[in-house]
Design a protein around this ligand. Structure first.
Ligand SMILES: Nc1nc2c(c(=O)[nH]1)N[C@H]1C(S)=C(S)[C@@H](COP(=O)(O)O)O[C@H]1N2
Ligand SMILES: [Mo]
Length: 554
């Protein structure tokens, strides 16, 4: 017997899913946002999704890839839930088994996250239990439209349609006064509706149930989500007092910033700074409980608190950070003023063993990067940074402490929310991105970019300022050249920079003639090496090629 339309059955399945996900949120306020089922499963997806698919997602959604992932996970969940609802009309156990499978996935995802404990299973378990209850209520319980169905009175003694749902109802009102199909003021007969006939009263109750359940699940879910956000570390961050640097950064030389519209400013403001990480929810690390352990192949393991770190002499430096996933001409690069403790000093205290050629930075969320010990000890300004552009690190940029290493791509050096430096060997440990197809070594490649005129800009004929940035961190930029329509290379003017660890701005005056033109740029680093024309993809160790911009001159 089923008078439930497929649409209503699907609706029941989706309602159960919404209740499960919504009910899990307030539980996750207690157990931590990463134990919420959607986030936990999404996090698992981030870690196991094949690299080409991830690249595709990044190329389509850019830095909105995480939102896309969560929306995608939600849509997929809704589709499965609808299907389960349709299957469960006939066999409730299929629906319940499906929910159990989702619960198992949620629990597995939550328990395999870095730093998880048994309580992290609770949001998925409690959510699934309530979801199962809702599915039962809508498909087999009191909210099923045809379970207490009213049906037109049948003459006494005539056989009534039998069904498992047939309850002992009150006596039937006799007489034809009742309009068929609509319950009257007198308690209607309660018996199963004939197969195929939808009882409007039951359906109304069913839809009201669906509405109430999704509505309250949304309120509870969003409320829980909001509450979880209140438990963040923004107030702890505001309370941090940064020490003055023992070694202040050199002043930015006058003229380092040409201040042209469209040209990236020499120093990137924090809110405009690119953000790349695998974290679906930004780790909230309390500086009071933060610890840094330096261990592994060292003679003298060290553990430091945030106060210990702040008490040490601080170095302040401009360093340009770049992402290996930056396409030629891309903007996954930024320059900031960092304040922190030289990593070399800490390593010297820890005394790495002779063969410990890799320092693994480990984040609270389990992410790892592997940096050559030699690079961290060669005297460059590799920092355990606590500040970015004069403020405590923004939470999404690694509060309270991150690594910054001039000359290396972020994925091998810039560990945010860092809590461990483990001395090991490249032969013994692969950091996060290495088994995913990226090179274990990630020195930044010499690159240059045209910022103005921008892609498909229209400019007026005559003198046009062409300008951009070039970078070869820790080697420095010696020369930048520009050419028009693949003509002869012409040397651009380099603006001064603070050091070889930052990008430089360059400019060139173009006497533009009407028509379509292409502009190209290439840089030569201080080692004398000129950017290759050969274009290589970002994987495994950084894109190469010349940035080309097509411009229309009127
Ligand atoms: N904990 C953690 N740190 C991380 C990452 C990450 O995924 N997790 N990504 C790295 C990468 S790939 C880059 S390019 C830089 C980006 O730093 P930003 O987000 O502050 O710009 O952080 C690095 N540090
Ligand atoms: Mo990156």
């Amino acid at each position: 017997m089923t008078t439930l339309s497929r649409r209503d059955a699907a609706l029941a399945g989706i309602t159960a899913a919404v209740v499960a996900v919504g009910a899990a949120e307030p539980v996750a306020v207690l157990t931590g946002p990463r134990s919420a089922p959607l986030i936990a499963v999404g996090g698992l997806v981030v870690d196991v999704v094949p690299e080409p698919l991830k690249q595709f997602a990044i190329s389509v959604f850019g830095t909105y890839d995480k939102i896309a992932l969560l929306v995608g996970t939600g849509v997929l969940l809704a589709a499965f839930a609808a299907l389960l609802g349709m299957l469960a009309v006939r066999r409730l156990w299929i629906g319940l088994a499906g929910i159990a499978a989702f619960a198992a996935l949620g629990v597995a995802a939550a328990l395999t996250r870095a730093g998880a404990n048994g309580f992290d299973a609770l949001p998925s378990l409690i959510g699934a239990a309530l979801g199962a209850g809702v599915l039962w209520a809508l498909l087999a319980g009191p909210l099923r439209p045809d379970i207490w169905a009213w049906s037109p009175p049948t003459p006494a003694g005539s056989p009534t349609p039998a069904g498992p749902a047939e309850p002992a109802g009150p006596a039937e009102p006799a007489g034809p006064a009742e309009p068929v199909g609509r319950p009257g003021p007198v308690a209607p007969a309660r018996r199963a509706a004939p197969a195929g006939e939808v009882d409007p009263d039951g359906r109304r109750r069913f839809l009201a149930g669906v509405g109430w359940l999704t509505g309250s699940a949304a309120v509870v879910g969003l409320g829980g989500h909001w509450l979880a956000g209140q438990r963040g570390v923004s107030s702890a961050r505001s309370a941090v007092t940064l020490p003055a640097p023992a070694s202040p950064a050199p002043a930015v030389p006058p003229g380092a910033d040409l201040r042209l519209t469209q040209l990236a400013p020499y120093t990137t403001p924090n809110r405009a700074f690119y953000r790349i990480d695998t974290a679906l929810v930004v780790p909230q690390v309390d500086p009071e409980t933060w610890r840094l352990r330096i261990h592994g192949r060292v003679r003298n393991p060290i553990e430091l608190s945030f106060a210990d770190l702040l008490a040490r002499p601080m170095v302040e430096r401009y360093v340009t950070l770049a992402c290996v996933s930056n396409e030629v001409g891309g903007d996954l690069i930024g320059n900031a003023l960092w304040l922190g403790v030289p990593i070399k000093e800490l390593l010297d205290e820890a005394q790495p063993e002779q063969d410990a050629d890799q320092v693994v930075g480990r984040s609270v969320d389990g992410w790892t990067c592997g940096t050559p010990t030699a690079v961290l000890s060669d005297g460059r300004d590799a920092l355990l940074a606590v500040s970015m552009n004069g403020e405590p690190l923004p939470v999404e940029h690694g509060f309270p402490v991150r690594m910054v290493v001039p000359g290396l791509y972020g994925y091998v050096s810039a560990c945010k929310w860092v809590t461990e430096l483990e001395l090991t060997r490249f032969a013994d440990f692969d950091a996060y991105w290495v088994p995913r197809g990226w090179s274990a070594q990630g020195p930044i490649k010499t690159q240059s970019r045209i910022d103005t005129p921008g892609r498909r800009n229209r400019v007026a004929a005559g003198p046009v300022p062409v300008a951009g940035v070039a970078w070869a961190q820790h080697r420095g930029i010696r020369k930048v050249e520009v050419r028009v329509d693949e003509g002869p290379w012409q040397e651009a003017t380099l603006a001064p920079a603070v050091s070889d660890d930052t990008w430089v701005q360059w400019s060139w005056r173009w006497n533009a003639t009407p028509g379509e033109h292409s502009l190209q740029v290439r840089a030569t680093d201080a080692d004398g090496e000129t950017q290759t024309a050969r274009s290589a993809p970002v994987a495994p160790d950084g894109a190469t090629g010349w940035h080309t911009v097509r411009v229309r001159v009127d």
